[in-house]
Design a protein around this ligand. Structure first.
Ligand code: ADP
Ligand code: ASP
Ligand code: MG
Length: 459
């Protein structure tokens, strides 16, 4: 069995879905579990609908809801015009989902209050719409495909917008659900991103979470491999939208991929690797627009060469600087500090400490107000915003002679706020002003990957 996940651009329109169905058709012998995202940009649209509902802007919300329905009905027509009965079925499913959503949004507008739970319900509709239409299109194309509702088996805690998976419950439920759906079928399909609590309360896994869904399913069915089909040829030496002349990596280790994803490479959700590692399941990142391409294999470290693999970055982070003389010669200070982060569910990326100061970086998507307030009870706290974090990632890079010197050489004139070299031997990270980010990433990439001769690939 394999898991094949198709992201938003890979199911964006009739042409993309037709191509996607062709890719699945070529793998039917492997018994695919197909996981789909919402159509490209639909989740953003649903977030806007949720915002309008919270602001009680009903007429604006209605306009957006009409766009949502229209796009999906048109897509169904394009895909299924030659199969009237399946088209009717697809349109009925779209209309039923959209009718429910319209009523739900109207209720939120009238109350003027949007809980996280309600927001999770609204934003998960993109995946329900896409998976229903694609299921019909797969059947129309002759692939007998059964539909599964991911809320029956992707079980999380009650953090509605970023549910934490209950691995045991998922591992127990997925095989049963897949086996039941595989009766009289050539393939099965489900939604990425959406999940539920054990009591059936709707949750989602957080932005970009469909990759994570695929990996959780792969872990649970002991998949042979997990394929992440997207809009780039594989994992590259840097984000191709930010840097020219990036190269596709043939293979990287689980650890390298996890660090890249965690430190800003949007190509994979940061938590995708963990479930796959548990069962040592290879992940392939592949381009749905170029299905014949090799893509990138993400494998166990022993198959992977040492060397620098990529430059990743997070464009918008905070540096929280904590000063206290009480830190000197006392035990338990760090514990107290990090308990506050933990209690407020704020996750820390980089840490550096000196005698009377701790600096940490956190992603700006997190709400740090409460953390700063609590820390200020016993320390002086300064928050630097408009900062970016750059990470040079690769297996055993710390053992490469001169790497630090060479990484920082192009940055002679640039102020570096923090440096962190983890004990993992995989990652060197530092913090610069956000305005300098693009220049810094390009210069480092050029030095490490674009100069011919001895620096190339820095192996
Ligand atoms: P999908 O909708 O298929 O999940 P995403 O937009 O989430 O696709 O992820 C693919 C995008 O990730 C690419 O278009 C690319 O811009 C970005 N990206 C960032 N870093 C990297 C990297 N190191 N290698 C490849 N792509 C990257
Ligand atoms: N549709 C969701 C998002 O846009 C999940 C995903 O695409 O992975 O965040
Ligand atoms: Mg994605």
């Amino acid at each position: 069995m394999i898991v094949m996940k198709f992201g938003g651009t890979s199911v964006a329109n009739c042409e993309a879905i037709t191509r996607m169905i062709g890719i699945v058709r070529g793998k039917l012998e492997d018994r695919p579990v197909v996981v789909v995202s919402a159509l490209s940009k639909v989740t953003d649209l649903l977030y806007r609908i949720a915002d309008k509902a919270a602001e009680r802007e009903k007429s604006e919300a209605d306009l957006l809801l009409a766009q949502l329905r229209d796009r999906h009905l048109k897509l169904a027509e394009e895909l299924l015009s030659s199969r009237p009965s399946i088209l009717r079925e697809a349109c009925a499913r779209v209309n039923s989902l959209c009718d429910d959503l319209d009523a739900f949004v109207a209720a939120v507008c009238s109350v003027g209050e949007l809980s996280q739970r309600s927001k999770a319900i609204i934003i998960s509709n993109g995946e329900y719409l896409s998976s229903n239409i694609i299921c019909c299109a797969m059947n129309a194309s002759g692939i007998r495909t059964n539909y599964m509702d991911a809320r029956g088996f992707i079980i999380t805690d009650a953090d509605y917008l970023k549910g934490e998976p209950d691995m045991d419950a998922i591992a127990a439920r997925v095989p049963e659900a897949v086996a039941a759906a595989y009766v009289n079928a050539d393939a099965v399909i489900t939604q990425g991103f959406v999940s539920a609590t054990a009591d059936g309360e709707p949750t989602v896994l957080g932005r970009g979470g469909s990759d994570y869904s695929a990996s959780l399913i792969g872990m649970s069915v002991d998949a042979e491999r997990i394929e992440i089909w997207t809009d780039v040829d594989g994992v590259r030496t840097a984000d191709p939208r930010r840097v020219d002349n990036t190269r596709c990596l043939d293979r990287i280790s689980f650890e390298e991929a996890a660090e890249m994803a965690h430190f800003g490479a949007k190509v994979l959700h940061p938590l995708t690797i963990e479930p796959a590692v548990r069962k040592n399941i290879p992940i392939y990142v592949l381009n749905s627009m170029n299905p014949a391409g090799q893509g990138t294999a993400i494998l166990q470290s022993s198959f992977i060469e040492d060397g620098v693999k990529s430059v990743s970055c997070k464009e918008n982070i905070y540096v929280i600087n904590i000063f206290s003389t009480k830190m000197i010669n006392t035990s338990g200070f760090l514990k107290k500090v990090f308990e506050i982060f933990s209690e407020n569910k704020v996750s820390v990326d980089l840490i550096s400490t000196s005698e009377a100061n701790i600096s940490v970086t956190v992603d700006s998507s997190q709400n740090i107000d409460r953390v700063v307030e609590r820390l200020s009870d016993f320390a002086e706290v300064y928050v630097d915003s408009d900062k970016s974090q750059v990470s040079v990632i690769g297996k055993n890079i710390i053992s490469l002679k001169g790497l630090l010197e060479q990484t920082f050489a192009p940055l002679r004139d640039c102020r570096i706020y923090m440096i962190s070299q983890g004990a993992s031997y995989v990652n060197i990270s530092f913090v610069v002003d956000r305005t300098l980010l693009d220049g810094v990433v390009r210069q480092i990439h050029k030095y490490l990957f674009e100069t011919d001769g001895e620096n190339e690939g820095r192996k």
